[in-house]
Design a protein around this ligand. Sequence first.
Ligand SMILES: Nc1ncnc2c1ncn2[C@@H]1O[C@H](COP(=O)(O)OP(=O)(O)OP(=O)(O)O)[C@@H](O)[C@H]1O
Ligand SMILES: [Mg+2]
Length: 361
Amino acid sequence: MYVRSLCLRNFRNYENEKLTFDPGVNIICGGNGMGKTNALEAVYYFSQGRGLRGGGREALKYGCQEGKINLSFSSGEREYEGEIRFEGKTKKIFLNEIELKKTSQLIGRFVCVLFTPDEMNLVKGSPEVRRRFVDSSIIPLRPAYLSALMTYNLVLKQKSSLLRREDYKLLPVFNQQLAEIGARIIHTRRSYIDSVKDIAAQVQLDISAGRERLELSYAASVKPESTREETVAAFLRKLDEMEESEKENKICFVGPHRDDILFKINDKSARSYASQGQQRSIVLCLKAAQTELILKETGESPVMLLDDIMSELDKFRRDFLREKISGKQVIITCTEPENSNIKEYNNVIKIENGKAIGRGE
Ligand SMILES: Nc1ncnc2c1ncn2[C@@H]1O[C@H](COP(=O)(O)OP(=O)(O)OP(=O)(O)O)[C@@H](O)[C@H]1O
Ligand SMILES: [Mg+2]
């Protein structure tokens, strides 16, 4: 996977800018608040059809009604021109000039793995942070999963509103839908966690010189059974058990929106005991595992987007990460190129107030 160029038009703090990239290591540098993360976010948009922060409207430059981002990239032998247009509240996605009907049609074309300081609260943050992490890792590998999540959330919203209104006529219909789509989500999450956990554990052993054994487990709100039909049945039973309580509290208590992912280091809960450095390592291990999994399943290395994280890592972990990124295209942001801790970079783009100086045009 290789990004050639990115054009930004009224996106965040950019008015009209083009950035070009090399196949190896690219550095985007500049002071705080200049637009480095915004540029990475624009690239990331093409992997999920959405940004890092907020729902979409905030992508447009303040006061603008229209804007767009264009990404030229190659995947295997194929060349792609992606375009995302922001028009007021709506967003349109084009690939090689053809408009995509659904965001899910974009998924899997451009694949990247993003490392951001925001994710460092993965271990100690709320379960929602961990669910989002797992979901956004699954989406590029299983495009249909995004549609399942969206449908699930829609039905969940309808059920919540029905509970609030105390109007239970359609409750069995919604519950049936939640159980069916929910079971799909649960099975996909389980199989993802199963395939990532051994790779992540091996990486954690490497990174800690054999001292730290990482265990990942899936704490599902409805435990997945061996078949999806059985999980649907278990889901419905649990909904039944909880029905009175859901009505009383007007809250949907059952389903994958209540799932969590647990991490243990040497048999101790990471959430309660892991140090800052260990928490960071867990995130690094998961990302490294994700990169390997993508390569294994698609035959291609994802583009690595590293947002200002090298300076936060100790030398051992930096060396480790450096080894993981070799041979891949990498886009790194940092305040000073010297701070990137990468010596062999091909291309430096300096950003000042949404303007590119250097390899921008
Ligand atoms: N929709 C928008 N329109 C205009 N400006 C915006 C918009 N959204 C964000 N900004 C501005 O973009 C600026 C740069 O944001 P960005 O997160 O890219 O900075 P950065 O270079 O990564 O900084 P840091 O080094 O602090 O991480 C901020 O000053 C923010 O106010
Ligand atoms: Mg930033």
